[in-house]
Design a protein around this ligand. Structure first.
Ligand code: HSE
Length: 307
């Protein structure tokens, strides 16, 4: 095989109760990446359509991740990466993770699959670190493994794939403003009060339990964030109103998607998820703010091979 074309999906990280450790994979939104074997060794970026991104292999998250993979597993061939970038950087739905995970996934396939999807996360982390200034795997893990994932440790990359309750549907609204992860991380406090930590790990444990038992009511009670959301909410126009509208329309829970500005909601069934989308967008229309709404089932497969 000399060329592979893949679909690299977006993802929602944090899911309110699991900052830097929880995430799930989206279905309809993602980039297309084509990787071609070349006789000249090394990584090159070919064409990038859709967004204006660096082509210097040391500055592009896809090539930085690919270089990390080749450092661990050298190849006599090189690889050219072409990207149709559909996920806007700074949108909060895992743009850099899609590129970094896609690059290592595709090259791993072209090299005869020396690594498992789980093992590929360590190389994709190099791209994520470049984009956000911190190596966190909460977007990469669901993109590579699919479904919901829990990162027990970002340092040792102990990653667990979690079950997806069958009726869960996500609604994601993306206001067309750019919020760089590096900036929305910079405003966070480095310490949290004990009472807030207790609430947060209670919610995280309960959320994981709810996924295993399909307990939608428990899942709803667990989708809370007293640690990160209060700081980041002020960076997103009408965040509180959009979230309240989503809950009023029937969502099980709602919060900031990754580091924002996108806002996610989880609902039971497609009908409610669509009604939630309508309720959320009404808020941005009042501001005359441009937005996109995505309704997505949980993508249990992660990255998909197209050709
Ligand atoms: N956990 C990361 C953050 C996700 O919230 O900063 C970034 O998409």
């Amino acid at each position: 095989m000399d060329q592979i074309e893949i679909f690299c999906p977006g993802s929602v990280a944090n899911i309110s109760c699991g900052f830097d450790v929880l995430g799930f994979c989206l279905d309809p939104i993602g980039d297309i990446m084509r990787v071609t074997k070349t006789v000249t060794p090394g990584i090159t970026i070919g064409t990038i359509t859709g967004q204006d991104l660096p082509k210097d292999p040391q500055k592009n998250v896809a090539s930085v991740a690919a270089i990390a993979l080749l450092n661990a597993h050298p190849s006599k061939y090189g690889f050219r990466i072409d990207i149709e970038k559909k996920i806007k950087p700074g949108s909060g739905i895992g743009s850099s993770a899609a590129s970094a995970a896609g690059a290592v996934f595709a090259i791993n396939e072209l090299m005869g699959r020396p690594y498992s999807r789980n093992e590929l996360v360590q190389f994709a982390m190099a791209g994520e670190a470049l984009a956000s200034g911190a190596a966190h795997a909460d977007n990469l893990a669901p993109v590579l493994l699919g479904g919901f994932t829990l990162v027990r440790s970002n340092a040792s990359l102990d990653i667990i794939k979690l079950p997806s309750p069958p009726e869960l549907v996500a609604t994601v609204i993306h206001p067309k403003i750019e919020l760089k992860t590096i900036h929305s991380r910079a405003i966070l406090k480095k310490t949290i009060p004990l009472d807030k930590a207790v609430q947060q790990w209670g919610n995280l444990g309960a959320f994981v339990s709810a996924l295993y038992t399909n307990d939608y009511a428990l899942l709803s009670r667990s989708l809370k964030d007293k640690v990160i959301e209060p700081y980041r909410a002020m960076l997103i126009p009408k965040f509180k109103e959009v979230k309240a509208a989503a809950i009023k329309a029937g969502a099980l829970g709602s919060g900031i998607s990754g580091s924002g500005p996108s806002i996610y909601a989880l609902s039971r069934g497609i009908k409610i998820a669509e009604e939630v989308g309508v309720a959320m967008k009404t808020q941005f229309e009042e501001l005359e703010l441009e937005y996109e709404v995505h309704i997505s089932k949980i993508n249990n497969e992660g990255i998909k091979i197209l050709h």
